[in-house]
Design a protein around this ligand. Structure first.
Ligand code: AMP
Length: 279
């Protein structure tokens, strides 16, 4: 595996791969790599001749009161995971390489960011869209891989690619979970042992909502209530939202249907976690 920090070296390597006729697969990450990232890397490896992964904690997508400074960073461990998954090129730029100065021109997400994560974290999805746009330009992948875990981010990236005619294919990968159902996340590292146990309520709640749908409930309120009741009854868990939404627009469901996303965010102690299931 080759490791580069400059856009110029990255561009030269991906140009060379394309000239050899290799499909380029790209997995953008913020590091603290775990089984969720590994699943994306493995899929990229299986589907492309050349695999690029980036590790970049993007300041544009963090709010002023969020965890940019404390976000877990472990360069050596990340490189070991990337190498083990057969990554060809690891791009680990310094902040000044990606943003030599704060970008004057940024993407702004429309109504898709007026809901759920967009409301809870103003500017977050704009920051995601802006950095993903830049990374897609720098890497020029045939395919870029994103986790269903961040369903609204995935919807934003898909819509950006469509609206702005990016030539890249976006591939969604299923959420990887711990054996007890908790979605694997870099932020799980913030949880104490008690909080870690309590955090299982998110997936149990989403499963209860999905079970209500499977049992025939078609009123979105009933599906959401099945999940919310469980979450509200869970000790030490402060629900933010539970919502059944369209997977592309994130508009509230009018009638519960297969393929919709039941999404939740909740605070467990000081840590804010998100998760979702697809009906
Ligand atoms: P992050 O490093 O948190 O920005 O995540 C990088 C990519 O990994 C994003 O596309 C995430 O959606 C994806 N990802 C994070 N956690 C998981 C998970 N548990 N299962 C699948 N994909 C994930």
């Amino acid at each position: 595996m080759r490791e580069v920090a400059s856009s110029a070296e990255l561009g030269a390597a991906t140009d060379a791969a394309r000239q050899r006729g290799a499909g380029v697969g790209f997995v953008p990450t913020m590091g603290a790599l775990h089984a969720g990232h590994r699943a994306l890397l493995a899929r990229a490896r299986a589907e492309n001749g050349f695999v690029v992964a980036s590790v970049f904690v993007n300041p544009l997508q963090f709010g002023p009161a969020e965890d940019l400074a404390s976000y877990p960073r472990d360069r050596e461990a990340d490189l070991a995971v990337l190498a083990a998954e057969g990554t060809d090129l690891a791009f680990l730029p310094a902040e000044g390489e990606v943003w030599p100065s704060p970008p004057e021109i940024r993407l702004r997400v429309g109504g898709l960011a007026d809901r759920l994560e967009g409301l809870a974290r103003p500017g977050h999805l704009d920051g995601v869209a802006t950095v993903v746009a830049k990374l897609l330009h720098l890497v020029g992948p045939s395919r870029a891989y994103f986790g269903q875990k961040d369903a609204q981010q995935l919807a934003v990236v898909r819509r950006m690619v469509e609206d702005l005619a990016f030539p890249n294919q976006i591939v969604a990968c299923p959420t990887v979970r711990e054996p007890d159902g908790l979605a694997v996340s870099s932020r799980n590292a913030y949880l104490s042992a008690t909080e870690r146990e309590r955090a299982t309520a998110l997936y149990r709640a989403l499963s209860a909502g999905r079970d209500a749908f499977r049992a025939g409930r078609r009123d979105p309120g009933a599906v959401e209530a099945a999940a919310r009741d469980l979450l509200e009854g869970a000790p030490g868990v402060e629900p933010d939202y539970v919502a059944l939404v369209d997977p592309a627009t994130f508009e509230p469901a009018k009638q519960a249907e297969a393929g919709q996303v039941l999404a939740t965010a909740a605070r467990v102690g000081r840590t804010r976690l998100i998760d979702n299931v697809i009906l």
